[in-house]
Design a binder for this molecule. Structure first.
Ligand SMILES: [Zn+2]
Length: 114
């Protein structure tokens, strides 16, 4: 079996890095919200739950990204990285450059019919 080449190692590093960044972003955002224990001011409560909702929304998005990254990393391990999950064709380099965790090629990503 072919060992990962330099390019793959680079992608792997990139993916690990964005994983780290997403986690840090999420952590920072959580801190900035500061849903403290001091819920003595009632009028702020609605704001807080709104912020909580925003946080949950962002967390959901970030979780989905983390999952995509983990999937991409797993594919690097088993040697199927860079191939479209839908049509099996190699994913365009331009797509992987912008979105290294992408599981779909340009055509499938934009909902192009097979
Ligand atoms: Zn495709």
């Amino acid at each position: 079996m072919k060992k990962n080449d330099a390019k793959t190692e680079e992608i792997k590093k990139k993916l690990e890095q964005s994983k780290q960044e997403i986690k840090e972003e999420l952590e920072k955002f959580k801190e900035s919200l500061d849903f403290g224990d001091e819920t003595d001011h009632m009028e702020e409560e609605s704001d807080e739950s709104e912020e909580m909702g925003t946080y949950m929304g962002i967390k959901k998005l970030q979780d989905a990204r983390l999952e995509a990254i983990d999937r991409a990393l797993a594919k690097i391990e088993n040697g199927t990285y860079g191939f479209c999950e839908r049509c099996g064709k190699p994913i365009e380099k331009e797509i992987l450059d912008i979105d290294p965790e992408s599981a779909l090629c340009k055509n499938c990503k934009h909902g192009g019919g097979a």
